[in-house]
Design a protein around this ligand. Structure first.
Ligand SMILES: Nc1nc2c(ncn2[C@@H]2O[C@H](COP(=O)(O)OP(=O)(O)OP(=O)(O)O)[C@@H](O)[C@H]2O)c(=O)[nH]1
Ligand SMILES: [Mg+2]
Length: 798
């Protein structure tokens, strides 16, 4: 049972807690009054002892008329507060407008009184949980000066409650409205009758009994309950659904003025099985009443003593396991209806049959020994109390149900670090300034490859015959030659591109003789890896994609985790890059995904102008859909290369998301020392609504001798990010090495001043089959994080 209650509220409160521990918010109402009031109260404490503790009813402008009678106090061990304090409490909570904390305290007193009446101990796990959540919620909303009072709250309320129960004064004023929903004949009206232990509403075994919505009011153990009995829904079918919708809409109209505190959704336990088909009904309830109806819904299963159906193998199933199976089925269907799996609605078992076994007190008992009536009352009280705390402390709309909406506020440090990391759109023309500088820095190497003596290429069998040492020498020689050859190719390539940049338009026309150019060969694009599934369409018969020219590449995209592969793919990917005008290049990369539930689009468009003698200007626009919103970023870069061995880059960006704008700017300088060493220094700022983040980084990288043909490198980076008066320093190391002719390794590690870090080692070998990834491990210093959270909790509690 306690497990069942876990769900929603646990989650809500954990959400609230995590949110508010970061930013403790003051009480929402009447703070200034409260402070004043507290001071008075403290001053009064001394006086109160001398003041007459005469028992007199205190007039009240609120519903709680309090009565102070120290002579009637029970001498319980819990008696921690004196009668005079109790008097103060009474006086304090009367005659004036109560502050929020006082209202929560009142609610706690009522809760303890009800528990006493139901014979439930406050040590009951469910009760303890409710008290704990009330306490947490109050802590979150409380101001620092109130913390002492909040911490005392529950034990104080308990004593006051037992005093009030002993005297019977003031009268307990607690009422809840309960809406019952469910199919016809499941036992809604019968349950209402069972709760009141009298026939208050008609039931019928053979035909729908409740024809209109009506309120059934009564008192159980001093608790005023108003049930809203509704006509049952008809079994799911297209024509019935219209009628069901009509019923729901009329219920919705009925409860508009005074909404229920609790909703009981009824099902018959003996009719739930794996073929349970009431999903359309749950969906319709969600549609009509809104997903939030499930927050306060308890699933009630009637006929709980009925004989349990046999399992598929013909054996009877154990009662507990059958119930947990039914609970899972119901919860899963609710998750699907709400499109949110975070909910965990409590499930209650009920048996209305008059012959249901009873205990010596005359209460109906289920096969598992549960006394269901008091259990149901307890669940209702807990739900109502938590709901009241939520609305008192204004937590009501803090959580939204529904499909995971990734519409979160972007974090400024994240935006800033991605701006700092962003590479300018320099490679559109195929020229990278750094590589170009390295390639042409060494003039002597110019024709090294051409000066090499010729070598006889061996066939495979000839190679096999060589002795081991010669084999190695031969491979080394081939490797060396390959590197030189690739370097030469790259140089020629760069030279050609550079000439093209410098050439005039006429020269281009001259060179681009259309007769010389044969239409490009279509290239078969690699097929997508399709996960094994029961898709009807076999991948072998799938149409493959051909790329006809290198200007437009359009490919289908398949999300292996996607829902339906009816058309073999969920999205389309498009890429294009072209020289629009002389020295002006543009590229568009986009992907669009669509399935039954969401539609997402992502695109990056960029244009760059390359001045052969000077700077490079670029402008880019990125779009990305996140849930219902769209993140749009416009960024611009200017890359200057005025001094040899030095590249300066300035960038600005503007991000818009959910009608908020984030502006960022960065400055970066790259210095090349020789061919192999590079230093990068950058700094930037990102500003959002009312906030700003600053940051910068310094990096050094050492490249291997054969860079850029071989990518051996080692780089160290130090980054500092400052946001909200907090500074995080982090260092990272990245390295890529060739350990042998066929063995490569890459290592990356980072650590920050919050003691969080990660190490990642990857090795790949072309010889040892597919053991490409030998080790990847990550170490997160979650402990330090937990420690920080603990400290914060401590601060709040202290
Ligand atoms: N054995 C058994 N019978 C039940 C239980 N609950 C209800 N019934 C019987 O089921 C029949 C229908 O119950 P109702 O309470 O009228 O059902 P309802 O959900 O109110 O139906 P509508 O008013 O038509 O929506 C009655 O004959 C009840 O006695 C139960 O827990 N066990
Ligand atoms: Mg009925």
């Amino acid at each position: 049972m306690s497990r069942r209650m876990k769900g929603v509220r646990d989650w809500i409160f954990s959400q609230i807690l995590s949110k508010s521990l970061v930013l403790p918010t003051p009480l929402s109402g009447g703070n200034s009054f409260y402070e004043e009031h507290r001071d008075e109260n403290f001053n009064e404490q001394g006086l109160a002892h001398s003041a007459s503790p005469a028992a007199s009813p205190v007039p009240s402008d609120t519903s709680d008329s309090s009565y102070c009678s120290p002579s009637n106090q029970p001498s319980s061990a819990l008696q921690q507060i004196s009668g005079t304090e109790n008097c103060q409490y009474q006086r304090k909570t009367n005659g004036r407008q109560k502050d929020t904390l006082a209202k929560v305290e009142d609610l706690q007193v009522k809760f303890f009184r009800l528990l006493q009446r139901l014979g439930q101990s406050p040590e009951n796990l469910l009760v303890a949980k409710v008290l704990y959540r009330m306490h947490l919620a109050t802590l979150i909303r409380a101001k620092e000066s109130d913390l002492k009072r909040v911490n005392l709250g529950s034990s104080r309320a308990r004593v006051i409650a037992s005093q009030q129960e002993a005297t019977g004064m003031p009268q307990l004023d607690f009422c809840c409205r309960v809406l019952v929903l469910g199919k016809t004949g499941v036992g809604k009206s019968a349950t209402i009758n069972s709760i009141f232990d009298q026939t208050k509403t008609i039931t019928d075994a053979f035909q729908p009994a409740t024809n209109c919505i009506r309120e059934v009011v009564g008192t159980v153990k001093g608790l005023n309950i108003t049930f809203i009995d509704t006509p049952g829904f008809l079994p799911c079918s297209t024509s019935n659904m219209k009628r069901n919708k009509k019923i729901m809409l009329s219920v919705k109209r009925f409860i508009r003025k005074s909404p229920p505190d609790i909703v009981l959704y009824f099902e018959r336990l003996d009719l739930i099985n794996s073929g349970y088909c009431d999903f359309p009904l749950l969906k319709l309830v969600t549609e009509v009443f809104g997903a939030s109806i499930w927050f306060n819904t308890i699933v009630v299963m009637t006929h709980s003593s009925s004989s349990i159906p046999e399992g598929p193998d013909g054996y009877t199933i154990n009662y507990e396991s059958y119930i947990s199976q039914c609970t899972n089925i119901m919860q899963q269907h609710i998750h699907q209806a709400v499109l949110d799996s975070r909910l965990e609605n409590p499930v209650l078992l009920v048996e209305n049959h008059p012959r249901c076994p009873k205990n010596i007190m005359g209460e109906k008992v289920l096969p598992n020994g549960q006394v269901w009536r008091s259990q149901l009352l307890l669940f209702c009280i807990c739900t109502k109390v938590l709901g009241d705390v939520n609305s008192l402390l204004k937590f009501q709309n803090s959580v939204e149900l529904g499909p995971a909406n990734s519409a979160r506020i972007p974090s400024l440090p994240h935006l800033l670090s991605s701006l700092l990391r962003q590479c300018p759109v320099s490679n559109l023309s195929g020229i990278d300034d750094e590589i170009e500088e390295i390639l042409f820095s060494d003039k002597e190497e110019e024709d090294e490859y051409d000066q090499l003596p010729s070598i006889r290429i061996l066939t495979k069998s000839q190679f096999e015959k060589l002795p081991k040492q010669l084999k190695k020498d031969y491979l080394d020689e081939m490797d060396y030659r390959e590197t030189l050859y690739l370097k030469k190719q790259l140089k020629e390539d760069y030279r050609r591109r550079r000439e093209k940049l410098l050439s005039t338009d006429q020269e281009i026309l001259k060179n681009d003789n259309p007769d010389d150019q044969a239409p490009p060969e279509p290239v078969l694009l690699p097929d997508m890896a399709i996960p094994p599934s029961f898709d009807s369409d076999c991948p072998i018969h799938r149409y493959r994609c051909l790329a006809f020219n290198d200007q437009w590449v359009v490919r289908p995209v398949l999300d292996p985790q996607g829902w339906d592969h009816d058309v073999s793919f969920d999205g389309v990917n498009l890429e294009t890059a072209a020289e629009v005008k002389k020295n002006v290049y543009a590229s568009v990369v986009g992907q669009m995904n669509k399935n039954k539930q969401d539609f997402s689009i992502q695109s990056e468009c960029a244009a760059a102008y390359f001045d052969p003698w000077g700077p490079t200007y670029s402008l880019g626009v990125d779009f990305q859909s996140t849930g219902k919103d769209m993140v749009c970023t416009v960024h611009s870069n200017t890359r200057l290369k005025n001094i040899k061995h030095n590249i300066t880059d300035c960038g600005v960006s503007l991000t818009s998301f959910a009608q908020k704008y984030y502006v960022g700017a960065k400055l970066e300088d790259t210095v090349l020392v020789g061919k192999r060493l590079k230093f990068v220094l950058n700094a930037g700022r990102m500003e959002g609504p009312g906030q700003a983040a600053y940051g910068g980084s310094f990096g050094a990288s050492l490249r291997g001798e054969d860079y850029p043909v071989k990518n051996d490198n080692l780089s160290l980076t130090m980054t500092v990010l400052s946001f909200n008066k907090e500074m995080v320093l982090s260092g990272s190391l990245q390295s890529e090495l060739r350990l042998g002719r066929s063995l490569k390794a890459s290592v990356s590690a980072n650590l920050n001043s919050r003691k969080m870090g990660q190490i990642c080692i990857k090795t790949s070998s072309s010889e040892h089959l597919q053991i490409a990834l030998v080790a990847v491990f990550s170490v997160f210093k979650a402990l330090s994080r937990r420690k920080a959270t603990k400290n914060m909790v401590k601060e709040v509690v202290d």
